[in-house]
Ligand binder design. Sequence first.
Ligand code: ATP
Ligand code: MG
Length: 594
Amino acid sequence: MRVSRLSLVTLRNVPADAEIPSHQLLVRGGYIRRVGPGIYAYLPLMWRVLNKISTIVRDELDSLGALETLLPQLQPAEPWERSGRWQGYTAGEGIMFHLEDRQGRRVGLGPTHEEVVTELAGELLRSYKQLPVTLYQIQTKFRDEIRPRFGLMRSREFIMKDAYSFHSDEADLDRAYAEMAGAYTRIFQRCGLDAVGVDADSGAIGGAASQEFMVVANAGEDLILSTADGSYAANQEKAVSIPAKAEPLPEGEEQMLETPGQATIEDLCSANGLTPGQTVKVLVLLARLEDGREQPVLVSLRGDHELNEVKLTNAVTRKLGSSALEIAPITADQIREQGLTALPFGSIGPDLDDGSLKGARSWETRFLRLADPAVLDLVRFVCGANSSDQHRWGATWASMPDQIRTDIRNARAGERSLHNPEQTLQERRGIEVGHIFQLGSKYSDALDARFTDKQGQQAALLMGCYGIGISRLAQAAVEQHHDEAGICWPVSIAPFQVIVVVANVQDSTQVALGESLYGALRIAGVDALLDDRSERAGVKFKDADLIGIPWRIVVGREAEAGRVEVVERSRRSSNTVSHQEALSSVLEAVSSGS
Ligand code: ATP
Ligand code: MG
């Protein structure tokens, strides 16, 4: 391809709405253009990158025996209602774009495809003899994200590879899941990414295995906790640890503390010579459940610990048997709207009386009381006394109503690993590029997808599902591979592997040598660009750096003598050699994938 024909528009300035380097560079390099919030056009250079990634993904999945397919993006509401997800995905802050067609039928734009594929599998896969089967597709997904940001990292329309596997027994699901994890590791390696597999949250259904693949990068939205020896790595949403020991309270009788204006743990501690680990932090929250219930929740944590919202959502869902759609702090206004007396915020203890909910307009009238194991391990502690500006010093759990013991705190860097207490957790940020998941019979039960097993009995299909964010992966590669001058694509996913730059297109010797190198590269099957524009050489070099083609051959003043410059983009190293040598060294580097 000739750069003059590429409609390449590069920008020198950083676009105002692009916060992270990869987003800035993709816009500046003419790879993507914003069309609307969270909606991007993939320009020709980007489309080539996306296709290269897709080719690697197809290659690895095909070699597992998976079958490529293409499922509709427009999905009727019915299967989503049967699986119980329509409400959660469309109501309130639900992320599914949904609409009514001219006949008034409700449809959604696919954010994911479990429902559609499970119904199909139920119709097509009738006997154990047809199993196992893995279907996959590479397709645009739609999600009305609350906060679309960082370009392709979190967009509202993005390209995903999603795969679904069907099995007759657990062992076979385990096998396929492990094989998929292996394929994912190879895919990310082949794309030139430094990615790690981490334990991931598998939602409230629990039990089932789930792993995310994270590209390690400071711009990542996820926090990874891992041990230095690599034996444990988990998303903070899921990570567990041994908390640091809390300093015990000095001996002494339980007593009342007057704590005027000490509404935060910090103020309470500094005014009374306490450490946060000696206090109990109580959060008053409201959970909105899928079945319509509005459940007040009282959460107790050690004062030095933070709430983990994912663990909390799972715990509430498990306990109440209906999905918690939203859990948020209760406000003074809400208390008034329910017709209740004000709560002593800032001085609430784990024993806040259910009486304070009596007569609530729409809320349940008893608290769900959850307490983290670390807080329950405190023998004596300081907590709110449920009356304004008063705390109890030296309180014990014996004086408290029953609490449900459940892990709801964030594990943190510096804490010891639960799996190997010799190891300490470290933290890094990561971008989730892939997620694999054992679904079991969650969807096949709901959608009645059954097969006849070896014994002639009807049984629910067992399922796994496996996603890769193709467009997010492309941007994550830039986040990992760039410098101040631009992108440094790994050769395997670069839009072009080599760019031949003719420094001065008025010079016929340079043009002739440039054309001949370009032709030779193309004959050798290399994706090559020829910068034949009549721009100044400096502009062309800047553009080549910015768009990040791994190898550059510059045909300049020494063309007369048959000599050219070979530049390796990532190392910014340069060598002046004969044009034959340039060609053979670049061909060798490209074919070895470096
Ligand atoms: P996240 O936690 O980042 O919102 P998710 O867990 O909801 O993602 P999955 O349902 O597991 O995402 O989707 C599979 C893959 O699709 C993710 O691993 C990610 O790489 C990609 N992906 C998900 N949401 C987006 C998005 N809004 N924009 C781009 N890629 C996305
Ligand atoms: Mg995920």
